[in-house]
Design a protein around this ligand. Structure first.
Ligand SMILES: [Zn+2]
Ligand SMILES: [Zn+2]
Length: 289
């Protein structure tokens, strides 16, 4: 499912991130220390939307600058709704989740919110969100604070990575000829694309992402480290086209567009690892390994 959060907050899970593993793998929670302000008082401040009483508590321990910061972190933890995306760094990946609005107190007086579903470290197509492919700025948490708000340009990049900028393009490529797609829920489409991409990925690997058109072989490297190619179903899936290698060809964008928009004669059978395709009256060959 494509995500559309109203806010992104980076969270450090525990001093030195010591709760991170438990929160992500065991508890499915986000968690905040800051035990100098009691859970009860936090809930009161939240309901009044007025945090001055929390300041009074914090005043016993910290200077003004630190009070402002801690109060903001506590109020963000308590008051951010279910549309707030929480992110953190762990095991060289970006992890993300949404959290329930119900806040509880643990036995050690730390506070926690249950994650809705679970923590994720993949984009919506199931590919890992490796930090090394993010902007330098996002590879570092970039804040020594426990909770910090992400800025406009960072939000844009994070959402592009999670929702994957290639998704719309892949969707167009695969379902161009599918007339009933309009009525399908986005989630169903994503599941279909995931399944389809897994099959196509194997074929792309076999051809090293190089266009199968004779004398073409074009590909280019992408900014995420992989190579670019497009998978095309000779017979569209909607017309009972199969998912196997005989029906999928790996193409460069130009040859792919040709197959969709030029005058293409009915596709012939494969002969000696070649398949003849007549486009705009000219013979082209698709080469198989
Ligand atoms: Zn196609
Ligand atoms: Zn090509």
């Amino acid at each position: 499912m494509k995500i559309t959060p109203n806010k992104i907050l980076y969270i450090n899970l525990g001093p030195g991130n010591k709760w991170r593993k438990d929160c992500i793998y065991t508890d499915n929670t986000i968690r905040l220390g800051h035990i100098e302000v009691s859970h009860q008082l936090c809930l009161e401040c939240k309901s009044k939307n007025q945090w001055s009483e929390a300041d009074q508590e914090l005043n016993k321990y910290f200077d003004n600058k630190k009070i402002t910061r801690r109060r903001k972190e506590i109020s963000n933890f308590y008051s951010s709704d279910e549309n707030t995306l929480w992110i953190t760094h762990f095991e060289d990946k970006l992890w993300w989740c949404f959290a329930n609005t119900n806040i509880t107190q643990r036995i050690d007086n730390t506070k926690e919110r249950a994650v809705i579903g679970k923590w994720n470290c993949n984009n919506i197509l199931g590919e890992p969100l490796e930090l090394k492919y993010f902007n330098k700025k996002l590879q570092k948490p970039n804040c020594n604070q426990t909770i910090c708000c992400k800025k406009e340009d960072e939000i844009k990049e994070i959402l592009e990575k999670i929702n994957t900028i290639e998704y719309q393009q892949i969707k167009n490529n695969i379902f161009e000829h599918e007339p009933h797609l309009e009525n399908e829920r986005e989630e169903v489409i994503i599941q279909r694309i995931k399944r389809d991409q897994e099959i196509i990925l194997n074929i792309k690997n076999k051809y090293n992402n190089c266009c199968q058109f004779e004398n073409c072989g074009f590909t280019f490297s992408k900014n995420n480290g992989g190579f670019y190619s497009e998978g095309h179903h000779l017979i569209p899936l909607s017309q009972e086209g199969s998912q196997n290698e005989n029906n999928v060809v790996i193409l460069c964008p130009n040859h792919h567009r040709m197959l969709h928009y030029a005058q293409v004669e009915p596709i012939k059978d494969k002969e000696n690892n070649k398949r003849l395709v007549k486009i705009n009256g000219k013979d082209y060959f698709i080469i198989y390994k």
